[in-house]
Design a protein around this ligand. Structure first.
Ligand SMILES: [Zn+2]
Length: 98
C-alpha cells in the first residue's frame, strides 16, 4: 500500500512561476523576499489539493484554464508589489552583506 499524501498543487504552480516573475520585475529575490511573495500569493489563491502516492506530481500547466493562469500571475504580481514596498529586511542589511 503506497503512502498517500495530499498536496497543494497551487504551491507547485506558484513555485514554477515565481522566479521568472521576480527576475522580470527586477525585485529583490533573496530567500526572505521570495518566501514572502510566495506566502502572499498562496494566501490569495484558492488551494488545489490533489492526492499523490509520494512521487512527483506531473503538473500540466496547459491543463490550467486561462483564468487560473491569470489569477496566479495576478497574485504573484501583487505579492511582489507588497514586498517591494516594504521588504522584511532593511536596505542597510543588504548593503552590509555586500
Ligand atoms: Zn530581499
Amino acid at each position: 500500500m503506497p503512502k498517500l499524501v495530499s498536496k497543494n498543487l497551487m504551491e507547485e504552480l506558484v513555485d514554477m512561476t515565481l522566479d521568472s516573475f521576480m527576475k522580470e520585475v527586477g525585485v529583490c529575490a533573496c530567500p526572505q523576499c521570495r518566501a514572502d511573495v510566495r506566502a502572499y500569493a498562496l494566501n490569495h489563491l484558492p488551494p488545489k489539493y490533489v492526492v499523490s502516492t509520494g512521487g512527483g506530481i506531473f503538473v500540466r500547466v496547459n491543463a490550467l484554464t486561462t483564468q487560473a493562469q491569470a489569477d496566479i500571475a495576478s497574485a504573484i504580481m501583487s505579492g511582489i508589489r507588497v514586498v517591494e514596498e516594504s521588504p522584511r529586511h532593511k536596505k542597510e542589511d543588504m548593503e552590509a552583506a555586500h
